[in-house]
Design a protein around this ligand. Structure first.
Ligand code: HXC
Length: 256
């Protein structure tokens, strides 16, 4: 039984809904633990091929829980390594699609950016307002945001704390698709269902290869991609995918 999230499955898609309605889904310690555990459980489940992470219509997440953080000392932050649990999110192997409505601020914006792609409703609002609290982004906002939008825009957002709408977030590359609020979740689940129906080794290799672009030189990244590509020739799903194309029929992947 979880306190701060809801989980369900739809076919081969795992859905996690952040659920602290009284606090605009602020990310407290319990939510962080419950969310990571749910993501890891879906990742370990061979019946699940992709995950959708969402919140409510009003808020994806309004950031780290300020009321919880306000009570923690410097020594405790270090001793507990407050945000280290989030590192586990980076080790999830299947794709995570964020479906964002309403506020995605501070840690909420960073959580969306930790996902593999972000779909947003027209009402979504993104921002890194930590500067107004006397702190800075603490969950990769100064790093992932800068890689996504470049230095000038990252500085603008992190130093002013200003909020941007979904259209601007899409223009900047933080958001992949802007969708009407009432179809956001269904569309995201539908895209996730498509991904979950593909060959799992190929899906994992695709995610690893794109992520490698952030961790390596171009030459190293290209080599990684080529090795991963060649490696997929060892899978029977590769033979099936190509045979199905030639025979003009849908592929029947074995390793989903
Ligand atoms: C704790 C929060 C919260 C938060 C909102 N609430 N955001 N509680 N932590 N981050 C609570 C409010 O206190 C309030 O509770 C209830 O949710 C509804 O919020 P309101 O402020 O009444 O709503 P509204 O007037 O619509 O304003 C919405 C808002 C505002 C603009 C999103 O709530 C806001 O500015 N929130 C803080 C955003 C922020 O600074 N985020 C960054 C956090 S630092 P009550 O009990 O009063 O009804 C951070 C560091 C990242 O994220 C580190 C890595 C994880």
């Amino acid at each position: 039984m979880t306190e701060t999230i809801l989980t369900e499955t739809r076919g081969r898609v795992g859905i996690v809904t952040l659920h602290r309605p009284d606090a605009l889904n602020a990310l407290n310690t319990t939510l962080m633990r419950e969310l990571i555990e749910a993501l890891e459980a879906f990742d370990a489940d061979e019946g699940i091929g992709a995950i959708v992470l969402t919140g409510s219509e009003r808020a994806f997440a309004a950031g780290a829980d300020i009321k919880e953080m306000a009570a923690i000392s410097h020594a405790e932050v270090i001793a507990r390594d407050l945000f280290s649990t989030w590192d586990r999110l980076g080790r999830i192997r299947i794709p995570i699609l964020a479906a964002v409505s309403g506020f995605a601020l501070g840690g909420g914006c960073e959580l969306a950016m930790m996902c593999d792609t972000v779909f947003a409703s027209e009402s979504a609002k993104f921002g890194q307002p930590e500067i107004s609290l006397g702190v800075i982004p603490g969950l990769g906002g100064s790093q992932r945001l800068t890689r996504a939008v470049g230095k000038a825009t990252a500085m603008d957002l992190v130093l002013t704390g200003r909020t941007i709408d979904a259209a601007e977030a899409a223009r900047l590359g933080i958001v992949a698709r802007v969708l009407p609020a009432d179809s956001l979740l269904e569309e995201t689940i539908s895209v996730a269902t498509g991904i979950a129906g593909r060959s799992r080794p190929a899906v994992i290799a695709a995610k690893e290869s794109v992520n490698r672009a952030f961790e390596s030189s171009l030459a190293e990244g290209l080599l990684f991609e080529r090795r991963a590509f060649y490696g997929l020739f060892a899978t029977d799903d590769r033979a099936e995918g190509m045979a199905a194309f030639i025979e003009k029929r849908p592929p029947e992947f074995r390793h989903r």
